[in-house]
Ligand binder design. Structure first.
Ligand code: PLP
Length: 460
């Protein structure tokens, strides 16, 4: 680091030179939007250059699952960098780390998964998965079967295809998305059900009917796959309504539509189960992994391919030659070494169990503290995921006119009090996804600060 650099210079360079993702560019450049320069982290806390210590109740972007400052992973990365910082994985090359990690990943996935392809991000893993789905149907001689069904409010990345799969307006608007191969169906979002008196089971039936109608309109022979997060994440942290996954999978099977489980958030313990697929009984053909694979100590993603697809991919290369897919950084050894150390640590610290136990505690405490507040419409969650949805009128389920403003204000107050939560898009939803190592005392602190901030912004 340049020792001559003062923090003020850094702040100025930040405004002048750095293109921040998911940021109001004009406000940031003008100095109207806040900046935070993060310098360190330990456990569930981060620290910024002003010496402010914050409890990160969103684990970065729900990714630092083992918490900050884990020397075991840092050392594994350093060791790999010293021994062999890079070699590619093309035409049969590998490293001990990438091969070991592939084996460890498969041990943790549902049965009938066959191989792991490693990329760098959740977005590129989903791009890989869609390419594999198209390739698969071409090899099977059904080139018309290509469309992908995603859900409104699903989040699958922000590339061209993955931004299309994402069912949130901001990711489409002015980008000429979604691409025509992507179609969206109802979000399994019970709190926003179309009729107030619907039971969860009735709402599930409604989601299934919507899916059936979409398939009927488009024609099952044009639809290749359905992609979904076991629990809707960025779209609002919404666990599925009763019976949802069993009923959806029945429809997909009937129409020979592949299932892609996007486990970028739920993979490796966040729900208190090793995968969301295990948690809800999904039998996917493809699984998308990222975040918790390395706890974000290095960028790495995984596309896990099921047996039935794998056989066809092999057939494809017998017919057409080597698969035309790969990146320079596929299976990067440093990412793979981080992944191996991370998964070992998840086991050693019992973080899957802790996510279930402390996550349930966090949800219960949050519900007890806030569910009766006149502007809290819903408190929901699963494992170490929790959301508090704020509304104008609780009884009428009337939402605020300018979505995001109130939640933004609450989250801002929380930061002043030392806790980071996330205002989720398209609503006034406070999102919580702390590191899986959160303790009960730390959960209490999150609830206390959230409650105080809600009362300060919205009154009693
Ligand atoms: N899929 C899900 C479920 C996600 O939550 C995310 C990111 O939040 C992605 C995919 C995209 O991952 P990345 O941001 O690493 O590209």
């Amino acid at each position: 680091m340049n020792k001559m650099l003062t923090n003020d210079q850094l702040a100025q360079w930040d405004r002048e030179s750095f293109f921040h993702p998911s940021t109001h560019l004009a406000q940031f450049a003008r100095g109207e939007a806040p900046q935070r320069i993060v310098t360190g982290g330990e456990g569930v806390f981060i620290e910024d250059r002003d010496g402010k210590r914050l409890l990160d109740a969103f684990a970065g972007l729900y990714c630092v699952n083992v918490g900050y400052g884990r020397t075991e992973i840092a050392e594994a990365i350093a060791k790999q960098a010293h021994e062999l910082a890079y070699y590619h994985a093309y035409v049969g090359h590998g490293t001990e780390a990438s091969i070991t990690l592939a084996h460890m990943v498969l041990e943790r996935m549902p049965k009938n998964m066959s191989k792991v392809y490693f990329g760098m991000s959740g977005s590129d893993a989903n791009e890989t998965n869609i390419k594999l789905v198209w390739y698969y149907n071409n090899i099977l001689g059904r080139p018309e079967k290509k469309k992908i069904i995603s859900r409104w409010r699903g989040y699958h990345g922000s590339g061209l295809m993955t931004g299309s799969l994402t069912g949130l307006g901001l990711f489409h608007k002015k980008f000429d998305l979604p691409l025509s191969q992507v179609i969206h169906t109802e979000a399994p979002y019970y709190f926003r059900r179309p009729e107030a008196d619907m039971t969860e089971a009735q709402f599930t039936a409604h989601c299934v009917a919507e899916l059936e109608a979409l398939i009927e309109r488009e024609g099952a022979d044009t639809i290749a796959a359905f992609i979904g997060e076991p629990v809707l994440g960025t779209g609002g942290i919404v666990p599925p309504p009763e019976g949802y996954w069993a009923a959806i999978q029945e429809v997909l099977r009937k129409h020979d539509i592949l299932l892609i489980a996007d486990e970028v958030v739920t993979g490796f313990g966040r729900l208190g189960s090793i995968t969301g697929s295990e948690h809800y009984g999904l039998e996917p053909d493809l699984i998308t992994l990222a975040k918790g694979l390395t706890s974000a100590y290095a960028p790495l993603s995984g596309s896990v391919v099921g047996e039935r697809m794998w056989k066809v991919l092999e057939q494809g290369t017998d017919e057409n030659g080597p698969i035309g897919h790969g990146w320079t950084y596929s299976a990067h050894p440093i990412g793979a070494a981080a992944g191996v150390a991370n998964l070992e640590l998840v086991d050693k610290l019992g973080l899957v169990t802790n996510a279930g136990d402390v996550g349930a505690y966090l949800n219960t405490q949050m519900r007890d503290a806030l569910a009766q507040h006149p502007h809290v419409g819903d408190v929901r969650g699963e494992g170490m995921l929790c959301a508090v949805e704020l509304v104008e009128d609780r009884e009428a389920r009337r939402f605020y006119e300018h979505p995001g403003k109130i939640a933004g204000a609450v989250v801002g107050k929380m930061v002043e009090k030392g806790v980071i939560a996330r205002a989720m898009p398209q609503g006034d939803i406070l999102g919580f996804a702390p590191p899986l190592c959160l303790s009960r005392e730390e959960a209490d602190r999150v609830v206390e600060v959230t409650t105080a901030a809600v009362h300060e912004v919205l009154g009693d």
